[in-house]
Structures are given as C-alpha cells and as structure tokens.
Ligand binder design. Structure first.
Ligand code: NAI
Length: 404
C-alpha cells in the first residue's frame, strides 16, 4: 500500500502515528455493533480533549463477520485482511464462530495471517464494580499470553483414527505407554516464540515502569515445553535487557535490585492462581504459555468483577488487533443490555499502544468515574440499590460526557 499521511508506520519497535490516522474497524456479530457504536464516540471525545483538535482518528469500516456474509462476501475477505495489515492497527467487536459450517474462526484466521503472537489483557479493579474478593483493588496486572502455539496449535488426533494409531505406535517404539483408546494432542513450545513473547512482556514492563515480570509455567512437570519456556524467557532477559531487566536468581543474595530495573522471576502455574488471590499486589506483568494464559486471564478478570471490565489486544510485530474479551452474547443482542465497558477499555488500550497515552488515560478515567457515579449497565448493577441502570448507548454517552 502506498504510504499516505494517514498511514501508521512501525519503526524501532514502535508505532509511528500521524495526527490523523485511518483506522479500520468492524463491529462483529451479536452485541458487537451496539458496543462498538457506544465506544467510538468515547474515543473521539478523548482524542479531541487530549489534543485540542490537533489529532483525530478517521475510522473506516471494513467488511467482516455477519455483515460481510450478508453482503455476499467471505466471513473474513482477503481485502479486509490486507487492509488491516497495511494500516497496522485495527479494532473489532466480538465475532461469532459458526459451529460445524466449515468456517474457521475469524479470530484464529486473523491471528494466524497477521502473526498476532501476544494476547494482552490488562486486569485492574474499578471501584463501583461488585467483585468476589475482599480487596479487588490489590490486583493490577497485565497478562501476556502466547497466542500461537502450545496445545492450542490444533495438532490433535481423535482416538481410533489412523493418525492416532500411527503416532501411538511410534511413541510406543520410544517407550511411551499409551492406551489403545487414547486421543492424542501435541504440545508445541518453541524457543523463538517463547522468546518473542517474553521480550514483548519485558518491553511493556519497561515502557510502563512496572517493576516485575513473572514467567508462569508448569515446568516442574512438563520440562521440555513449559520448563523450556521459562528457561528461554530468562535467556532473552540476560541477552537483550542487560542493565534494564534481571532474572531474580541473578541478583546477589539479599541485594535489592536498582530502582529502574525490572526483576523477572517465575511461578509454577498452579501456585500462581493461589498467589493472585492471596498476594495479588506482588505482581505486575505475567508472561505465560497459551493454555495457562487462557485460564489465568479469565480467572484474573473474574477476581475484579468479570470480563465486562477487561480489555484485550492481540499484538504482533508492527500489527495489532484490539478486541473486547467477551463474546457476541446472542442472548442479549439488540436489546441495549450489553455492557460496552470491555470495548471502551479496549479502545483505551489501543490509544495507549498508539502512544496516545493522554487520550487513553482520559478514557479509563471517564469510565472509572461513570462507575463511581453509580451509573452502569444491568449486568454490573446486579439489583444493587442506588444504581442508575443505563442501556448500552446511554452508558457510552455517560462515559463520553465524563471525559475530562
Ligand atoms: P459470551 O461472552 O458471548 O457470553 C457469555 C455470557 O456473558 C452471556 O450470558 C452473555 O449475555 C454475557 N455477556 C457477554 N458479554 C457481555 C456484555 N458485554 N455485557 C453484558 N453481558 C455480556 O460467550 P459465549 O456465549 O460462550 O459465546 C457466544 C459467541 O461468541 C460464540 O459464537 C463464541 O464463539 C463467540 N466468542 C467470540 C469471541 C471473540 O470474538 N473474541 C470471544 C468469546 C466468544
């Protein structure tokens, strides 16, 4: 694509964003159009306030999901993919994965085609939200989950299949004991992909002044995959971040690290779930493999009151797709009941990654202020007294009005 004044660039591991970037979006399915419609004006208001009209986003919708199919196009047309790749930053609503129709999930297709290897989910508490723990505000973490490999790579053979029989035979030749009736799945964890995920997590910590990165793994049991993930993580810290980040084990005993250095340590995954509940204040960035990260990010979100208040991003090198953490919620679609919070916070995260931090912070603050005012959608209100229950659109307007 020819570079124009509206094209976002990527140089020295950073986005270079013009004052008027063109950003593609698609609302997705179910509640997607409602939460997207509530969100874009909030982001525009924040950008306007933060930069006094010198910056603005030119949103343009690209065909994808249900709307594309209704227009006779593919679920994820090749041109849409090219447009996102060219524009580098895009934002989407949740998309339905048709069951058994032969369509791949849009999310999987995007992730694979654009190599969006880091799923990033910041999780923090917003006062006013009901949470299941006594001190939800103690949790404030950013989870970096490897997005492309592990047992999620789709290398699976059903029990009784020729492939399963063949593979089991090979493994038995190597001494493995495998029952005849077993299905088999392969866990793939590579050095390159572990290193780039940990690299991205450490960079984020350095950028944000977060002092601790914890590698979460199950390496005590799965040494060649999970254990290797942690070892490769430490390797990249030593090789590429000397003087800026240090493995906790490399610090001389009893010596506190210098103030501006990120300390990298690790935790066995099951202990991590306990620690998040018992000592959440100790953690900053968590970097982990795909399956651990899937469980951990939903558990962390639940701890602060649910997926409605957690944003999401899928980051590659020089391309990023932002999306809320919930699905299409077909049970409430079209009724104005959806909470656009995750989508709004996802937009704030996008602004941050663009380097438009002043605008991103304004969105977060306005969202927090709206909840503090006791103004929220039905799912968060949960029948509590003194709460003003708003529709999806009303909540978006309330947040936009609160932009400072
Ligand atoms: P879901 O997240 O859509 O819904 C689970 C429950 O949470 C439902 O009761 C729903 O009403 C509620 N809920 C979800 N988002 C909400 C919101 N913003 N405000 C208020 N309530 C909300 O998960 P489910 O039912 O498992 O999946 C439905 C569809 O969404 C499936 O086709 C699935 O593949 C897709 N999905 C897409 C995702 C994505 O595009 N990133 C992520 C997860 C699911």
């Amino acid at each position: 694509m020819a570079k124009t004044a509206s094209t976002i660039d990527w140089r020295d591991e950073r986005y270079v964003v013009p004052d008027r970037p063109a950003i593609p979006f698609f609302p997705g399915d179910g509640i997607g159009p409602e939460v997207m419609a509530a969100t874009l004006p909030v982001l525009d208001a924040a950008v306007q306030r933060a930069y006094g009209g010198t910056r603005a986003i030119d949103w343009f919708e690209v065909p994808a999901a249900g709307r594309a199919v209704a227009a006779g196009l593919d679920l994820l047309p090749a041109r849409t993919l090219d447009t996102i790749r060219d524009h580098r930053i895009a934002i989407k609503g949740p998309t339905m994965t048709p069951v058994g129709s032969g369509h791949r999930s849009i999310n999987v297709a995007l992730r694979q085609a654009l190599d969006l290897y880091a799923n990033v989910r910041p999780v923090r508490y917003f006062p006013g939200v009901t949470a299941p723990v006594v001190n939800p505000a103690a949790l404030d973490v950013v989870i970096f989950r490897e997005n492309t490999e592990d047992v999620y790579a789709g290398i699976e053979y059903a029990n009784g299949s020729d492939h399963a029989r063949h593979l089991a035979g090979l493994l038995r030749d190597w001494g493995a004991r495998i029952p005849d009736d077993a299905g088999l799945g392969i866990k793939v964890i590579s050095r390159l992909k572990s290193r780039r995920l940990v690299r991205a997590a450490v960079r984020h910590a350095l950028d944000k002044g977060i002092r601790r990165v914890t590698l979460v793994h199950k390496g005590n049991i799965m040494k060649a995959t999970e254990g290797a993930f942690a070892a490769w993580g430490y390797e990249v810290v030593r090789q590429e971040f000397a003087g800026r980040a240090v493995p906790a084990g490399d610090l001389p005993h009893g010596t506190p690290p210098p103030d501006d250095v990120v300390v990298v340590d690790d935790r066995i995954a099951d202990a991590m779930f306990q620690d998040l509940l018992l000592a959440p204040q100790r953690f900053g960035v968590l970097a982990t493999t795909n399956l651990n990260g899937d469980y951990l990010s939903d558990a962390a979100a639940a701890q602060v009151g649910g997926l409605g208040v957690a944003p999401g991003a899928n980051l590659g090198d020089g391309v990023a797709v932002f999306e809320p953490t919930h699905g299409t919620a077909p049970d409430i679609a079209g009724q104005g009941l959806a909470n656009p919070g995750s989508m709004i916070l996802t937009g704030a995260l996008m602004l941050e990654v663009m380097g438009w931090t002043e605008a991103g912070t304004r969105v977060m603050d306005a969202f927090a202020a709206t909840l503090r005012d006791g103004r929220m959608t039905r799912d968060l209100a949960a029948g509590r007294p003194g709460i003003t229950v708003l529709t999806t659109g009303e909540f978006g307007q309330a947040v936009a009005r609160r932009i400072g």
